[in-house]
Design a protein around this ligand. Structure first.
Ligand code: MN
Ligand code: MN
Length: 326
């Protein structure tokens, strides 16, 4: 434990000083040096409306200097449980969607091959598709079931095509992930779905595949504790990914995002929902759709990176459990 990488404390170097890395951790370029790698994916080529999420990782690194070492409720200290570090950014090609999916996928395949668990900062939500291509258990890995997912979002992101049959946008990643056998729809729960539809049956595909879609109306009817219980029931004990789109939050708290929808949950509610996922077999996570140009105050990035901190504490416990440290 004593040789695990540690963040720079704000009591030693002021928060605004020195080079900004995620959570003020050391930067590593070799994923084998860490057990949890925090990665930026500065790419928003899948965006269908307001762009800017390519600038998310840099601002989130900056605002992550607010994070300290011990979770104030659970008392989890992630840097005592697992080797954590900033792995820099995934390579991207801002001029090519196809090439970016290729590059991002290869980067996460390398991370997965090193036995490292990724926690990523987007980027738009299409980045989760190449991340899943990199980390989802393959048929050759003992025939394990594909990933389950706890998905926070205003949108189901299971639309089929845009702009005349085009299959890859930030509105389609989870339909592609199911089609590609990466994501088990029956072990997928979506929390906070809302917003007007293109067609009456827009969200039917997800339900037909077996996804548990908790609309924002049902969320407010059930309350946090029952939504946690339902989410845990859906994903069960198998390997599970956490994907957090900041537009699941009410845009009053996270206005800097590409596709805002009013009437979402508060950051505090989201924190409680995430804490409710302790003990699951979590194998990765992301926070996506933070678009700094639409919130120059940095508040959306602060909210986003605080959700990353919550997920990091969950991942550290999951890694420590798998390593027999807990
Ligand atoms: Mn999304
Ligand atoms: Mn969304």
């Amino acid at each position: 434990m004593t040789d695990f990488p540690q963040p720079v404390a704000g009591t030693v170097v002021p928060r605004f000083g020195d080079v900004a890395t995620f959570m003020r951790l050391p930067l590593f370029r070799d994923p084998a040096e860490v057990e949890i790698g925090i990665v930026g994916v500065p790419w928003d080529g899948g965006t269908t409306n307001r762009p800017g999420a390519r600038h998310g990782p840099r601002q989130m690194r900056d605002l992550s200097t607010m994070m300290r070492r011990v979770h104030h409720v659970t008392r989890v200290a992630p840097y005592e449980l697992a080797r954590c570090g900033d792995l820099g950014d995934a390579p991207v090609n801002p001029a090519s969607l196809d090439d970016s999916l290729e590059r991002i996928g290869k980067f996460f395949t390398k991370i997965h091959a090193a036995g490292t668990v990724p926690l990523s900062a987007g980027g738009d939500h299409l980045i989760t598709l190449p991340i899943m291509r990199g980390i989802a258990p393959k048929a050759g890995e003992g025939g394990q079931a594909p990933l389950g997912m706890v998905h926070f979002d205003a949108h189901s992101d299971t639309w089929d095509t845009y702009f005349g049959g085009y299959k890859y946008t930030h509105g389609t990643p989870f339909r592609r992930a199911v089609e590609e056998g990466l994501l088990d729809p029956k072990r997928t729960v979506q929390i906070g779905i809302r917003g007007s539809l293109y067609k009456r049956d827009d969200n039917d595909w997800a339900v037909e595949q077996g996804m548990r879609v908790i609309t924002i109306e049902e969320y407010f009817d059930l309350g946090v504790d029952k939504v946690i219980a339902e989410s845990r029931r859906v994903v069960g004990t198998g390997p599970t990914y956490v994907s957090f789109d900041v537009d699941g939050l009410d845009p009053a708290y996270a206005p800097g995002t590409g596709t805002p929808e009013i009437g979402g949950y508060t950051p505090h509610e989201a924190q409680r929902l995430l804490r409710g996922l302790r003990g699951l077999d979590l194998v990765g996570g992301d926070v996506v759709e933070v678009s700094p140009p639409f919130d120059m105050s940095g508040n959306t990035a602060l909210v986003g990176v605080t959700m990353m901190w919550e997920i990091l504490c969950l991942l550290a416990e999951a890694v420590a459990r798998r390593k027999g440290r807990l």
